[in-house]
Design a protein around this ligand. Structure first.
Ligand SMILES: Cc1cc2nc3c(=O)[nH]c(=O)nc-3n(C[C@H](O)[C@H](O)[C@H](O)COP(=O)(O)OP(=O)(O)OC[C@H]3O[C@@H](n4cnc5c(N)ncnc54)[C@H](O)[C@@H]3O)c2cc1C
Length: 475
């Protein structure tokens, strides 16, 4: 019997798993996907919001602000890149200025430092801002993080500290017993004292397995452009428009790896699996973003993607303990920024059902990653001397070596697919989008996992790369 079963290995489930690994517990994480962080946690704006804007007194406000404050330590311990670059929420007319001024007392109540900047001050801080912008609200504590790397790192560290992860495992029912719950999956029944429903878009469906129908989760899609990194200066802050009832609006931001994101749109969709992008929506993203930032270099666009916000019907995060069945619902934005703080509240809720004993062996530090592209020539030479696989570059766009790919496969919560390798160490993220490195990644995955290359998948279990032998060649 497990003490705790967590349903969902997104950034929230992984944060909870790591937090629970600080205690002597038998914890299991289940996810229906073949990798951690494969749903909303990998398709978002990657901003650790400052938290000036959620309504004071809500769970969103509390967890955003506390979550933001926890990120320096988390990023340092888990060796994940995190940069506090600050955000500018811009007004382009008098009405918008009035709206952003309204956020000044709200920021104070949420205990978040902000400063109202006039046109000249905004331009001095961010020269790429458009002349349309008449003022901005500067929030220095906002940051950017790599959300896939973060989710993987949280789960890896949780596993290093004793948590078990089971992927490709869909929870299809949960029932109450005398001393806990039975979690029925596609291949077994698992007993647990406490069950945590961190199923993102499907948290309403999982809650209904135990008759909880007090909320609904509807998917709200956001579409983006990704721009390549380039050697010219461009925006160095997160640039937001004035927020509206639809949310924070279309932003322009650097990423931790020097790329840029432009988006997201905001449209309700019916299907919780609909990750399509369309020209009309992206044209609107392009024109709206251009009212805030001058000359966005769309010629460097290398990809478009979309993510689905798990918008709950209550307007706030739902975090409730139903007699050892802990429900997390409506964890839309700022869910990434809030995840470390939500995990702390969940641990308090677990304490209502299980007496927790500290795990004195808990190690918060993840083994360091050798990132060749970030090393000095001297450091690289030393590493290559010790392990020649770091001297074989497999992805030229992002300068990623075979050694980095092999390491990403063999860590806890390691990569099993091409997308899994891409999420962890970036081959395929550059200009060629995997055109050159993908065959090499297939070979390395097959070799390291002792599989036939035909078995290697791109992302989902149906996404085979190789289908049959071609003329004269093998596979
Ligand atoms: C367009 C967009 C932009 C955003 N921007 C930001 C931002 O900049 N900053 C910010 O703070 N937040 C942002 N967010 C929100 C943030 O991404 C989410 O709040 C966060 O990723 C939610 O994490 P999660 O773990 O709850 O959900 P998920 O990542 O969706 O994880 C849930 C997991 O549960 C699994 N699951 C579901 N059902 C089952 C089942 N029956 N059995 C087993 N497993 C199951 C899924 O496979 C999935 O892996 C954004 C979201 C979107 C869509």
């Amino acid at each position: 019997m497990y003490d705790v079963v967590i349903i969902g290995a997104g950034v929230v489930g992984a944060s909870i798993a790591r937090e629970l690994s600080k205690y002597k517990l038998k914890t299991l994480v289940l996810d229906k996907e073949n990798d951690v962080g494969n749903v909303t946690s990998m398709a978002n704006s990657a901003i650790v919001h400052s938290g000036y804007d959620p309504k004071p007194g809500t769970k969103k406000a509390f967890h955003n602000v506390r979550g933001n404050s926890l990120y320096d330590d988390i990023a340092k311990n888990l060796d994940v890149e995190f940069k506090r670059i600050g955000s500018l929420t811009c007004a382009i007319n008098e009405e918008e200025l009035e709206v952003i001024e309204h956020y000044l007392p709200r920021a104070k109540e949420n205990n978040v430092e902000v400063k109202l900047l006039n046109k000249e001050e905004t331009k001095a801080l961010e020269p790429f801002i458009s002349d349309n912008v008449i003022a901005s609200l500067y929030a220095p504590s906002a940051g950017i993080i790599n959300p896939f790397e973060l989710t993987v790192a949280l789960m890896e560290n949780a596993m290093d500290n004793g948590v078990t992860l089971k992927l490709n495992t869909e929870v299809i029912d949960v029932t109450r017993t005398n001393n806990g719950y039975i979690v029925k999956t596609n291949d077994e029944e698992i007993e647990a004292k406490v069950v945590i429903n961190s199923a993102g878009l499907y948290s309403d469906k999982v809650a209904r397995m135990l008759g909880i129908d007090t909320f609904e989760v509807k998917p709200r899609k956001g579409e983006y452009f990704v721009l390549d990194h380039f050697n010219k200066p461009f925006v160095s802050h997160v640039i937001f428009p004035t927020p509206t009832a639809k949310g924070k609006g279309i932003l322009v931001t650097p990423t931790t790896h020097g790329n840029y994101l432009v988006g997201p749109s905001s449209e309700w969709v019916e299907d919780k699996e609909d990750l399509s992008t369309d020209k009309l929506t992206l044209d609107a993203v392009r024109s709206k973003s251009s009212t805030l930032v001058n000359n966005i270099p769309f010629q460097y666009m290398i990809r478009q993607f979309s993510g689905l916000r798990a918008t709950g019907s209550t307007g706030d995060f739902i975090i409730e303990n139903h007699d050892g069945f802990i429900v997390l619902g409506g964890i839309e934005s700022p869910g990434l920024a809030s995840a470390p703080s939500i995990a702390l509240e969940v641990v308090d809720l677990v304490k209502e059902n299980i007496t927790l004993e500290e795990n004195k062996d808990f190690n918060p530090v993840r083994r360091k990653i050798n990132r060749l592209s970030k090393m000095s020539e001297e450091e690289r030479n030393e590493l290559i001397k010790a392990d020649p696989r770091y001297g074989r570059i497999v992805c030229r766009c992002e300068s990623i070596s075979e050694g980095e790919v092999v390491d990403a496969i063999h860590r806890n919560a390691g990569a099993r697919t091409i997308k899994g390798v891409k999420k962890r160490c970036r081959p395929g993220f550059g200009k060629c989008q995997g055109g050159f490195c993908e065959p090499l990644i297939v070979e390395i995955l097959a070799r390291e996992l002792n599989k036939d290359p035909m078995e290697i998948k791109y992302d989902t279990n149906e996404a085979y790369i190789l289908q049959s032998e071609t003329k004269g060649g093998k596979k």
